[in-house]
Design a protein around this ligand. Structure first.
Ligand code: NAP
Ligand code: COA
Length: 264
């Protein structure tokens, strides 16, 4: 990746908590926060993944386990973060679950499971952290293009992520000026569990490339840079927004057309 514009020490003295930060995009965000000086805690369900993630992040990061669907458990985990690291300046809600299934191929529990993890989990994380925050805290929810584009086989994720987008906006209204609440909407990102599930074969992947203005998938570090920006003072007047970091994925279909004499 090209050199980051962010200087070492940018997040010195900050405390960052990343729900779902034990793998993939969210782990990349947690790593970048730690590299820039933040004290970091990550959380997932699997204890081994959480311990490995903390070790990979280094800089004294801690790995915690809880299910974001369980308000009491997530609240207890965040109280633990506050007592061990201090009040939280940055909270990222990125835990999610997804799979491809038509609406008629998913049980009521299958739909509910994804809505519970993504949407209700984000409410639990944000509701649960509010009185544990440092002044001028920055909250970021990880949403997706499914929030605004209807996609077949994605009824659960579309509904959940659309709910997250509105939750971001409502909490930004209710919690300003002390707390900023924003979202990041990544495009398809290389090497992630999400894309392994949504585009498992090479030809689906190639079709994705053609449709995206930037003609490639993104990389985890590109999402992490956006998270640093939103968490920094450079974004201190930004709240209630969704930052699309997606190479133009949501603009429409960028497949090349023969424009012919239309170019004259
Ligand atoms: P991932 O590697 O599967 O990461 C999911 C994280 O959430 C893991 O740490 C996982 O740990 C945790 N998690 C899942 N269910 C949980 C639960 N119920 N309670 C607590 N933690 C839970 O996923 P990813 O592909 O990097 O995606 C990360 C985020 O980016 C998601 O919000 C996703 O919707 C969004 N996104 C991804 C892409 C993409 O290209 N991958 C595109 C757009 C948006 P455990 O399994 O141990 O619980
Ligand atoms: N198609 C249809 N239904 C499915 C499914 C699929 N591919 N995968 C799971 N389900 C259904 C299950 O059958 C179950 O419904 P049922 O009780 O009516 O049988 C329901 O979803 C819950 O499944 P379960 O395995 O009990 O849920 P869980 O809480 O253990 O795991 C998942 C949640 C299913 C989302 C799991 O894939 C997960 O943990 N994902 C996290 C990683 C991830 O998805 N990363 C990408 C993020 S974008």
């Amino acid at each position: 990746m090209t050199q980051s514009p962010f200087k070492d020490g940018l997040l010195d003295g900050k405390v960052a908590f990343v729900a779902g930060g034990t793998s993939g995009i969210n782990l990349g965000i947690a790593k970048r926060y730690a590299e820039l000086g933040a004290k970091v805690a990550v959380l997932g369900r699997n204890p081994e993944k959480a311990a490995n993630a903390a070790a990979e992040i280094g800089h004294g990061a801690i790995g915690l386990t809880a299910d974001v669907r369980d308000y009491g458990a997530i609240r207890a985990a965040m109280e633990d973060v506050r007592s061990r690291l201090g009040p939280m300046d940055i909270v990222v809600s990125g835990a999610a679950g997804n799979f491809l299934a038509p609406a008629l191929g998913m049980s009521a529990n299958a739909f509910k499971t994804v809505v519970d993890i993504d949407l209700n989990g984000t409410f639990n994380v944000f509701r649960g952290c509010h009185d544990l925050l440092a002044p001028n805290a920055s909250l970021i929810a990880i949403t997706a293009g499914q929030a605004v584009n209807a996609m077949q086989l994605q009824a659960h994720a579309c509904a959940a992520k659309a709910g997250i987008n509105q939750l971001i906006r409502v909490l930004a209204l209710e919690w300003g000026p002390d707390v900023r609440v924003n979202g990041i909407s990544p495009g398809p990102i290389e090497g992630t569990e999400g894309m392994a599930r949504l585009a498992p074969d090479a030809s689906t992947k190639q079709k994705h490339f053609e449709r995206i203005a930037m003609k490639r998938w993104g990389i985890i570090e590109e999402i992490a840079e956006g998270a640093v920006f939103l968490s920094s003072d450079a974004a201190k007047y930004i709240t209630g927004t969704i930052l699309d970091i997606d190479g133009g994925s949501q603009l429409g279909d960028a497949t090349r057309r023969d424009l012919g004499s239309g170019l004259a």
